[in-house]
Design a protein around this ligand. Sequence first.
Ligand code: C2E
Ligand code: MG
Ligand code: MG
Ligand code: MG
Length: 279
Amino acid sequence: QAKADGRDTLCFFDPNVQTAVKARAALETELRQGIKKDQFVLHFQPQMDDGRLVGAEALIRWRHPKRGLVSPSEFIPLAEEIGQILPLGNWVLETACIQMAAWARQPELAHLTLAVNVSARQFLQSDFVANVLAVLERTGADPKKLKLELTESIFANNVPAIIAKMNELKAAGLRFSLDDFGIGYSSLSYLKHLPLSQLKIDKSFVQHVLTDSKDATIARAIVALGQGLDLAVIAEGIETEAQRLFFADLGCRSYQGYLFGHAIPANEFAISAIGRERL
Ligand code: C2E
Ligand code: MG
Ligand code: MG
Ligand code: MG
């Protein structure tokens, strides 16, 4: 009977869809409350260059009162959809800069850079540049140590306007990394116009680089592209020594991945970083 009514009707009465809609609505309410109640925390994952710890990527987690630590993949897309990525993104930026300013006061940590993920919607806000500069001013963090990670999705928008914004921030000393490179829709021609300093090879290519010759070919092409365009290339998701060697053989010596460390709370990160310095 329901089938005869067509797909839309069938979907509308599908209890699973109703369950999903309810779950989403609940998550949305909880997310808004979580932001009001300050339930988020940043974890820090090591970034290595030439065998040395050079910095970290700040990765957000939600300390949910009932669900425990919730991964960003479970709430960032929703936060983007409902506009809550703006307060959340500001909180991330501010918290990251406060952390960097704290590192700067400790000799063993003062050299560390910090990479912060920025959503397209956040970057596209007209006051984004002013916001970032105000946060840097307020926290005393060194702009030269702040790296903003953008994804290719941003280039679905007005590219000249994006370049202008990037240049304003670059003039203040910030750097840009193109995250998840290779899985988005961007045209390679953008690469020659964008004031980027780094390409971040998406971990989906890194994962099977030793067993899938197509992934290996793509990884090699991205490293060559970076080398030819004078962009630093970092491989993300490095889990094994063999994967590290694959990239080292290509001349790519910047890595992030479980082989070097998971994302961990700031205090643990500091202890581990100081330990590495004293090795
Ligand atoms: P991303 O920016 O590409 O971050 C890298 C993700 O890969 C992180 O997942 C990290 O924990 C994971 N990862 C790192 N090394 C390995 C590895 O060796 N193996 C595997 N399998 N995974 C590894 P996480 O923390 O769950 O973050 C997922 C995504 O959520 C991020 O991907 C980023 O797109 C988004 N995200 C995280 N924090 C923020 C934030 O503060 N703002 C925004 N807008 N997005 C964020
Ligand atoms: Mg990232
Ligand atoms: Mg990535
Ligand atoms: Mg990602």
